[in-house]
Design a binder for this molecule. Structure first.
Ligand SMILES: [Zn+2]
Length: 134
């Protein structure tokens, strides 16, 4: 079996061993493989990164568009009611007006919440993708 010298402690070691038995030094023998990456492979890697960035950009733009859809959403009109008196019928009217106003408030929270989240994440995605392309 052929031997080689450890580049760290100069101890003798087997030609095909990955670690030095004396000092534990890891033999890295793939440097040559990395250096011999062909131009085509490098271009392929760059293209892969670029297409991922375009996907990020696309997702970002989509999120921004969706945020505007959210912001443009009609949450209905506020129900108004007048106090006529204390009878049962007026009570029912006021109760239903209250619940419809509460539903409107929820819809507004959803509208501005989702809209803001989409807008912020969309802008972030677009910014990240632009930074990577440069
Ligand atoms: Zn060694």
């Amino acid at each position: 079996m052929s031997t080689k010298e450890c580049p760290h402690c100069k101890a003798e070691m087997n030609e095909d061993s990955k670690f030095c038995k004396n000092c534990g030094y890891e033999i890295v023998d793939n440097i040559d493989n990395n250096a011999s990456l062909s131009v085509a492979q490098v271009k392929n890697e760059i293209n892969k990164t670029k297409s991922i960035n375009y996907l990020l950009l696309l997702a970002g733009i989509l999120a921004i568009i969706l945020s505007f859809v959210c912001f443009a959403k009609d949450t209905g009109r506020r129900t108004s009611y007048v106090e006529y008196g204390g009878d049962a019928y007026t009570g029912i009217q006021q109760a239903s007006a209250d619940s419809s106003n509460n539903i409107k408030k929820l819809a507004e929270i959803e509208k501005f919440g989702f809209g803001s989240i989409l807008l912020v994440s969309g802008c972030t995605l677009v910014t990240v993708s632009f930074k990577k392309v440069e």
